[in-house]
Design a protein around this ligand. Sequence first.
Ligand SMILES: Cc1cc2nc3c(=O)[nH]c(=O)nc-3n(C[C@H](O)[C@H](O)[C@H](O)COP(=O)(O)O)c2cc1C
Length: 267
Amino acid sequence: MKFCCAMPQNKSFFNCCTCLSKDGLLDESEVDVSTYGTFIDNPIKQYFGRASVNRNSRTTQDKNMSEKLKVIVFLSSARVGESYLGNGSWGDRVGGVIKEVLDDADFEVSVWDPKANPYQVLQQPMHMIKDTSVFPQWMHDKKAELESADAFFICSAEYNSVLPPALTNMLDHYPPAAYKHRPVALVTYSVSPLGGVRVQPALKTLVTELGMLPIPTIGRVAQVRDKFVDDILKDEGVRQSMTKQAKELSWYARALKTYKADTPMPS
Ligand SMILES: Cc1cc2nc3c(=O)[nH]c(=O)nc-3n(C[C@H](O)[C@H](O)[C@H](O)COP(=O)(O)O)c2cc1C
């Protein structure tokens, strides 16, 4: 289809595109850029010039938009049994709500719980030794799962103002290449009114070092014990905040996934 747009003087580029796409007329893959070039000055020409590269890329984009995004939720606590703070880990409850929210947002969710996987205290990360056959098969499978994830979500406690060792121990086993160029959402929690806020800078440093991209909205669950009754979340504000994070995470993951499909990642 040949398509040309004589943009009225008083209409901005965005107005013009918005009304066209709303009417279903805007299909960049069918725009004849040269026709545009004769009518319209640089910004719009550049837009369509870029967007009209080829039909295959549009097909890839459609596929990427319809596929479920794979997200891994990392828990941080290895605490089990009774303590003065209640039964087991509060992170399990918070992580459970994160999983529900991500399920509702149509992610394919996998939860990595340090209690469920028998990690030793780190002896060697997988990428730092030659003979990787010394690692059990489940760790190779986990590495492959990391590599194929579209996004990450970390649910972290605060232990003595820093990161819980079970979390860093689990993450440190794998190479940064297995995490990089994927967005990550962060939630911290604690029994105190601070909600783990002191650990957030360390958490951002860690994920950035591993090559993940932290999304802008960061979550905090203060006085976590008061937020649950019989392990059921009673504070809708917590769920709303996580829902906002899930939407943001999905946006970043789709944007990166779509772009990466056509553009090789820098090594
Ligand atoms: C070793 C340890 C250190 C802790 N340090 C802090 C802390 O620095 N700040 C805080 O607010 N709570 C701290 N707490 C209390 C935690 O907020 C609380 O135990 C929380 O339930 C930990 O998460 P978990 O139950 O998932 O392990 C600490 C707890 C432990 C076990």
